[in-house]
Design a protein around this ligand. Structure first.
Ligand code: NAD
Length: 355
């Protein structure tokens, strides 16, 4: 018997096709009267549509969100929020835009309505990672968790396939690590297995039908479910490695997850057999780690740190940084073990796995 704690944490979820038209109603629901709209220039069309629907409630727009939420950018957005007396944030975009919204909520407690356009899952967690003076620091607080998420599948139909693949594997990583988390419990287990199955099905469907609503619905639902796991239980070695490679070496977030995940899984597999069996079952493959590697390769995702431009001579420093502090993981994290893991990831070696 394994004891557990389950806590219900609430974010209102509106999911469907064309749901972006409901943003105004959701803003009213959280009591917003003056909205700061966060959206990058790339998402100008949808930002304009939402802005028009908000009418006089649109107080200002900010389009400067960047990856890893640097505090200098948050300070600029905060100036805009305060100078326009905004009392609500609507964020349209990927994890970077959501991160900026959460950083503003952490400082002002404004309610947030998030419209995700990638599969990062950040929109359903109370976690905020911010970069200050080159270091990424993570914190968690109830006011950081968005009040409402409006998932509109239509906004993801044109998400470029390479980005969809890496973002989808980013989501997959949340579900995989949830299954061997020390806080794993029956509800997150069920959610995680379903998320793995949906994300795998969605990724496999992308090549043939990248704009198919059902393919995209699988990926977006899977991303929400996996994000729910991320928001409920602690993650392990895989997330620590990606955090180090992204935060200290500037590697791109989702791509790094995509390369590292099969290797972190292979490292942990002997100490997380039940979790790996459930992942393999949901993927329909004999071995979970090799199965994820093959899935990534089959959909054209990156499979090596070398391909991401990571210099081989920086591997020892990455090992040192990733092992400098102890953290929960099914298998003991040793410098030697992580050196082998990162070397395999750098070269893009397929995990041996079971046949
Ligand atoms: P991102 O938000 O930077 O988006 C990646 C790229 O995709 C950007 O260039 C963006 O403009 C573009 N893009 C987004 N939607 C698009 C669309 N529909 N069509 C075309 N292009 C589109 O990257 P991400 O991977 O979504 O998020 C990464 C960030 O999120 C990182 O900073 C990471 O730390 C954070 N994150 C946080 C959590 C958390 O719980 N705190 C969880 C996951 C990720």
């Amino acid at each position: 018997m394994k004891p557990f704690v389950h806590e219900v944490r609430s974010t209102r979820i509106v999911f469907g096709s064309g749901t972006v038209s409901q943003v105004r109603a959701e803003v009213e629901r959280v009591g917003g009267n003056r909205v700061l709209l966060l959206a990058s220039k790339r998402l100008d069309d949808v930002a304009r549509r939402v802005g028009d629907s908000l009418g006089p409630s649109l107080a200002a727009r900010f389009d400067g969100a960047v990856m890893h939420t640097p505090v200098e950018v948050t300070d600029q957005a905060l100036d805009v929020l305060l100078s326009h007396s905004a009392d609500c944030v609507v964020a349209i975009g990927g994890g970077s835009t959501t991160g900026l919204s959460k950083a503003l909520a952490a400082r002002t407690n404004v309610p947030q309505v998030i419209v995700p356009t990638t599969y990062s899952g950040s929109e359903v967690t109370a976690v905020l990672g911010e970069t200050k003076e080159g270091r990424k620091v993570t914190r968690s607080a109830p006011e950081i968790r968005p009040e409402t998420v409006v998932y509109d599948v239509d906004l993801t139909l044109d998400l470029p396939v390479p980005l969809s693949v890496t973002s989808g594997v980013n989501a997959l990583a949340h579900a995989v690590e949830a299954l061997y988390s020390p806080q794993a419990e029956p509800i997150t287990d069920v959610i995680a297995v379903d998320a793995v199955a949906r994300i795998a099905r969605g990724l496999r469907g992308l090549a043939a039908a990248p704009s198919d609503v059902d393919v995209r619905a699988d990926l977006l639902t899977g991303a929400w479910l996996a994000g729910t796991c991320l928001g409920s239980v602690g993650m392990g070695l895989h997330h620590k490695l990606c955090h180090t490679l992204g935060g200290s070496f500037g590697l791109p977030h989702a791509e790094t997850h995509t390369v590292v995940l099969p290797h972190a899984m292979a490292y942990n597999a002997p100490f997380a057999e039940s979790a790996m069996e459930r992942v393999a079952g949901a993927l329909g493959v004999p071995d979970a780690a090799a199965g994820v590697f093959d899935l990534v390769a089959s959909v054209g995702g990156p499979t090596s740190l070398r391909a991401l431009g990571f210099p081989e001579e920086d591997l020892p420093l990455a090992v040192e940084l990733a092992t400098s502090r102890a953290y929960p993981n099914p298998r003991e994290v040793t410098s030697e073990g992580v050196a082998v893991l990162l070397s395999d990831a750098w070269h893009g070696r397929r995990p041996a796995g079971r046949r």
